[in-house]
Design a protein around this ligand. Sequence first.
Ligand SMILES: N[C@@H](CCC(=O)N[C@@H](CS)C(=O)NCC(=O)O)C(=O)O
Length: 253
Amino acid sequence: MGAGGSKTIIAGGLKHCTLWKADRSPSCRAVMMALDALNLSITEVDVNMDKGEHKSPELTTLNPLQTLPIFKDRELILNDSHAISMYLANRYSTSDQLLPRDPGRMSVIAQLMHFDSGILYPRYQMAANPILYENCNFVMPQHVCDIECAYNDLETMLAGKTWLAGDTTTLADISVAATVSTLNVLVPIDHTRYPRLSSWLDQMSEEIYFITANKTGLGEFTRRIDRGTVCDDSVFKCPRSSTSRRGSVTERN
Ligand SMILES: N[C@@H](CCC(=O)N[C@@H](CS)C(=O)NCC(=O)O)C(=O)O
C-alpha cells in the first residue's frame, strides 16, 4: 500500500487499475483468479490485514467498509469481489467465456455469485473469524453444521453438471472456488458425502489461474488455521463461543 505495502506493477497491463488485496483473503483471491483467467494485469498492492493496514485512513477513504479487496479504475472505486470480477469481465474481456453476454446465462452467474456472497461467505466468516481474531482454535459445531449444509446445497446444484453455470468454467466457479477452497481448510469436504463437490473442487484446483492466484494465499490461510483443531463433538458437546471455550480452558487449569 502507499505507505509500507509492496507494489507489483506488471508491464503492458492496465496501469490505471489498482487492486488492494491480501493473499489470505478468499474475496481477494477470487478477483486475482478472475484477473489471471481473463489474462489481465493491473497494479496490485499487498495490504497486511494482520497489521490492520486495511483500516488505514488512506484505504478507509477508498472503502468505508474497511474490507478487502478494493479496486480502482480511474474515478471508479469498487469494494466487492463479485462486482469487481463482473466489471473486469464486462469492461476488459475480449471473450465472453467467463461471463456470457446472454442475459439468461449472465443472470445464472449473478445468482451463483449472490449465493457465494449471501450464503457461503458469511459462513466462512463465522467459522474463521474467531480463529483469526479471537484466539479460538476450533470451528464451532454449529458453524461446521452450517458449512456442511452449504456443501449439501452445492452438491445438489452440481447434479448432472461439471461446472456450476454451464459447460465451461465461469466467474461463478471462480468466486465459489475461492470461498469453498477456504472452507475446505476449516471443514474438509468429505468426498464420500459430497462426491460432485469434491470432484468439482479437484478440477478447479487444476485450472492454471487457481494455481497462480489461489494456491499461495490458500497456503497462507491454511498456516493460520491449525488444521487439527476442528471441534470434536466428543470433547465439546454443544455449540459455544470462543469466550466460553477460553473460560473452560481457564477452569481446567
Ligand atoms: N462481500 C465482500 C467481502 C469482503 C470482505 O469481508 N473481506 C474480508 C477479507 S476476505 C475483509 O476485508 N475483512 C475485514 C477484516 O477482517 O477486518 C467481497 O466479496 O469482496
